[in-house]
Design a protein around this ligand. Structure first.
Ligand SMILES: Cc1cc2nc3c(=O)[nH]c(=O)nc-3n(C[C@H](O)[C@H](O)[C@H](O)COP(=O)(O)OP(=O)(O)OC[C@H]3O[C@@H](n4cnc5c(N)ncnc54)[C@H](O)[C@@H]3O)c2cc1C
Ligand code: SF4
Length: 493
């Protein structure tokens, strides 16, 4: 609970950022975390509110008041034990989680929430630095074999839990490196990839086998998803070789914008653009990198992926970056008593927006819809838009607001519609109405699909979501798989 009067004595302290001019020269992380004393003071602000809404606001149900108190009293080693008891990878969430816990913090009703994410970040970084994060191999092996298909945060969390329960776990990944969207979608400046490599080494020491460049099932030719597969294993072979199979292949099918001119050279999915920069940062030599240097860039989509395109384009040296959002501009500040403890709709300005704005190249447009891409000799030169408004619950065009924008590069960042259907079809897994793998999240028997011994979790089951939800689903699915194999399970959910 921290210090009884801490929330009245101390202000919320945000993590710092390195200066824009400096950080735009590279792709490395630039957040300056809290030092130990600052984290202690932040922990002191946790106020023994009685019902810690933060704990249920956090998708992995981190036991936040307890680790706040431990940090306040300087017991960092127990703080990481508490944090690890619910979250396999706090260094991921401590960097890139949007922190719904803070929206739910009781102080946030009429004040500034405890900086929970910054405390989480400080605890795990100290734990790694002190050598407290060590492999935890199982004491007894069960002799059961589990295949995990996909190595994003859901697959990694599940594999770690299952290996610690004593199963022989093999993770299959079609890309050449482990990590899913953490590795190829999320830019290094938000999370450097050494954090994934360190966990892979820990998991290998716990007995997990990683098979990269290995596709399970089939992906249609020409489908624009990251795929470095050199080996293909059929769903039937996998089912025959393993006692259980967990599908954590993500929701990889990008949402398209099929308006006239979509075929022009210069219109790309965000997930064609971002993975290339992450690969180059990792030292890959690409034949031709899609770059934004000297270009007028338009990013269509106002979410995280769009913001990552803004940050990457700015680093490339784009002449201008314009971001479109189809919905109207939300309020700068939410009406807290109305929305607390839920995640509020409000204008979010990311560090990438700040950088681009400081360079004077950012324009953000709301309530705008793209009607047509225009070009010359097959090459994109611009696009046509119209403003829209909400009328009777529907978005309608506003007459007379048609406009043309110059563009050399358009990045489609409108989210993901569903998993690649052929992967689910290869296993004969039923889909829900949105095309995701159909499986419940029941305490007992959850995450299993209609196919015997085949489970599904993460974005592949719930649709496009967050890293922290993927970790939750991976952990919960691991418990279900363990129960299925052993009749009961000691794994926490
Ligand atoms: C650009 C971008 C930025 C984002 N930023 C954030 C953020 O800041 N914070 C946040 O919380 N979330 C963010 N997200 C969302 C987050 O990354 C995802 O919700 C999360 O990674 C989903 O985890 P997952 O394990 O379910 O799937 P994924 O991370 O998508 O991993 C799935 C893996 O399965 C592999 N795979 C698929 N099919 C097969 C097959 N048949 N055989 C073998 N391998 C297969 C894929 O190659 C992939 O590696 C972002 C997403 C994107 C695209
Ligand atoms: S994982 Fe996310 S929601 Fe949970 S405590 Fe950390 S920052 Fe908050």
């Amino acid at each position: 609970m921290g210090k009884v009067t801490g929330f009245m004595e101390f202000e919320r302290l945000e993590e710092g950022y390195k200066p824009v001019v400096e950080r735009l020269k590279h792709y490395k992380e630039f957040v300056v975390g809290l030092d130990e004393d600052q984290a202690k003071i932040q922990g002191a602000r946790c106020m023994d509110c009685g019902t810690p809404f933060c704990n249920s606001g956090c998708p992995v149900n981190n036991i936040i008041p307890d680790f706040n108190d431990l940090v306040y009293s300087g017991d960092w080693q127990n703080a990481i034990t508490v944090l690890h008891s619910t979250n396999n990878f706090p260094e991921f969430t401590g960097r890139i989680c949007p922190a719904p816990c803070e929206a739910a913090c009781t102080i946030n009703v009429n004040g500034d929430a405890v900086g929970i994410k910054s405390i989480e970040h400080a605890i795990i970084d100290k734990a790694w630095a002190e050598g407290w994060v060590q492999p935890q191999p199982a004491r007894h092996k069960t002799g059961k074999k589990v295949a995990v298909v996909g190595s994003g945060p859901a697959g990694m969390a599940a594999a770690q839990q299952l290996a610690r329960a004593g199963h022989d776990v093999t993770v299959f990944e079609k890309n050449s490196r482990i990590g899913g969207l953490l590795r190829y979608g999320i830019p290094d400046f938000k999370m450097e990839k050494t954090h994934i490599d360190r966990r892979v080494a820990q998991m290998e020491a716990e007995g997990v086998v990683f098979k990269t460049s290995t596709l399970i099932g089939a992906i249609p030719e020409g489908l624009k998803v990251t795929n470095d597969a050199k080996t293909v294993v059929s769903a039937e072979d996998l089912k025959a070789q393993f006692d259980a199979v967990l599908l954590t292949g993500g929701s990889e099918q990008s949402r398209d914008l099929p308006v006239p001119g979509r075929e022009l050279d210069g219109v790309h999915f965000a997930m064609e653009f971002l993975p290339m920069q992450n690969k180059v940062n990792a030292g890959d030599k690409l034949k031709g990198q899609l770059r934004a240097d000297g270009k007028h860039v338009i990013v269509i989509g106002g979410g995280d992926t769009g913001s990552d395109c803004v940050g990457t384009s700015t680093r490339h040296g784009a002449v201008s970056v314009t971001q479109f959002e189809v919905m109207p501009q939300p309020p700068e500040q939410e009406n807290k008593p109305l929305v607390w403890p839920y995640w509020p709709l409000k204008l979010r300005t990311s560090s990438s927006h700040d950088e681009s704005a400081e360079k004077g190249i950012l324009q953000r447009e709301f309530a705008i819809s793209t009607k047509e891409f225009i070009g010359k000799n097959g090459k994109l030169t611009g696009l046509k838009t119209v403003h829209i408004e909400m009328k009777d619950g529907k978005l309608v065009e506003v007459a007379g607001t048609e406009k043309e924008y110059k563009a050399d590069l358009v990045l489609l960042a409108m989210g993901f519609v569903n998993p690649v259907a052929t992967v689910l079809d290869a296993f004969g897994v039923d889909k829900d109405a949105r095309g995701n793998a159909k499986a419940s999240t029941e305490f007992t028997g959850g995450y299993i699909t209609n196919v015997a011994k085949v489970f599904a979790a993460g974005d592949m089951r719930r649709g496009q979501s967050l890293v922290v939800w993927a970790i939750r689903e991976g952990r919960q699915a691991a418990r279900s798989v363990d129960e299925f194999l052993m009749g009961c399970s000691d794994l926490p959910r």
